[in-house]
Design a protein around this ligand. Structure first.
Ligand code: SF4
Length: 270
């Protein structure tokens, strides 16, 4: 059966990051460090389109980093490279991910003019204490404000949350889930916190300042989060990091399971 939707992924690791969040090792997850040159965007799109036989929505997705935190010249360089494909109808839209404190009304107007229709916010937590302990450099209020601006601009809102960050508890993350529900996102991703090599969290773990959640605790909490999102008709499009060779090499500790989502389905069926 032909695929309904084509996602053309482009990774911009650490692109636009003003902070080093304690948990983040973009390179270790994606295996990529440098920002891709603008000239690679068109061949990447062509390559995906040439092998796709479907008829559904085709979207160019800039993953990783904080797209709207990149210098304006870089944002324009990437979006200009995509523009001919949007204008010719060869692709239908562009998706970006970014930080809540890198969104404002002029930025949203700029993105809209280039066919950006989906914006994913790295929320991680709605607890200011957890955000601070995790080196995020923004507050829960930044997320509320950004989510509301994105929806007012008519874009599709995606939210990413991370259970198990420093200072997090079951009660705190379930409050975050409830707040996320109240922001009415189009979809959600849940990434249980893992300790990856070359991150500040790894050093905290080595010093005994951070203890990762046990797998069974993470399964219980994520199952409850899934229930709450499902009750509100919100789709969870991903739970847990994708298994890659780079992730296997860099994973030090934490509630990782290659079939994490299946564990949740089993837990919820009990
Ligand atoms: S989580 Fe996002 S904002 Fe934080 S360092 Fe990683 S890419 Fe940058």
């Amino acid at each position: 059966m032909a695929k309904k939707q084509l996602i053309i992924p482009v990774f911009v690791p650490f692109g636009g990051c003003r902070h080093q969040c304690v948990f983040c090792d973009q390179e270790g997850i994606t295996g990529k460090r440098a920002l891709p040159p603008f000239e690679t965007i068109a061949p990447t799109i062509e390559n995906y389109l040439s092998t796709w036989k479907g008829t559904g929505h085709r979207e160019l997705a800039f993953y990783g980093g904080s797209f709207t935190g990149l210098p304006m010249e870089a944002q324009k360089g990437y979006l200009e490279a995509a523009r001919p494909y949007i204008e010719s109808g060869k692709i239908d839209s562009v998706r970006i991910s970014t930080r809540p404190d890198s969104i404002d009304a002029p930025t949203l107007g700029f993105l809209k003019s280039y066919g950006v229709k989906t914006i994913e916010l790295g929320v991680q937590s709605m607890s200011d204490g957890v955000l601070k302990a995790s080196g995020r450099g923004h507050t829960a209020e930044d997320t509320r404000r950004a989510a509301s601006l994105i929806k007012d601009a008519g874009a599709r809102l995606g939210l990413q949350i991370m259970p198990g960050l420093p200072g997090d508890t079951e009660a705190i993350i379930l409050d975050t889930v409830d707040e996320a529900v109240s922001l009415s996102p189009g979809f959600v991703r849940i990434y249980p916190t893992l300790v990856l090599r070359n991150t500040p969290l790894f050093r905290m773990y080595e010093r005994g300042e951070y203890r990762p959640w046990a797998l069974e605790d993470m399964v219980r909490v994520c199952s409850e989060a899934m229930r709450r999102f499902a009750r509100s008709g919100i789709t969870v499009i991903r739970v847990g990091l994708q298994t890659t060779e780079d992730l296997s090499l860099n994973l030090v500790a934490g509630p990782y399971h290659p079939s994490f989502r299946q564990l949740l389905d089993t837990d919820r069926a009990l």
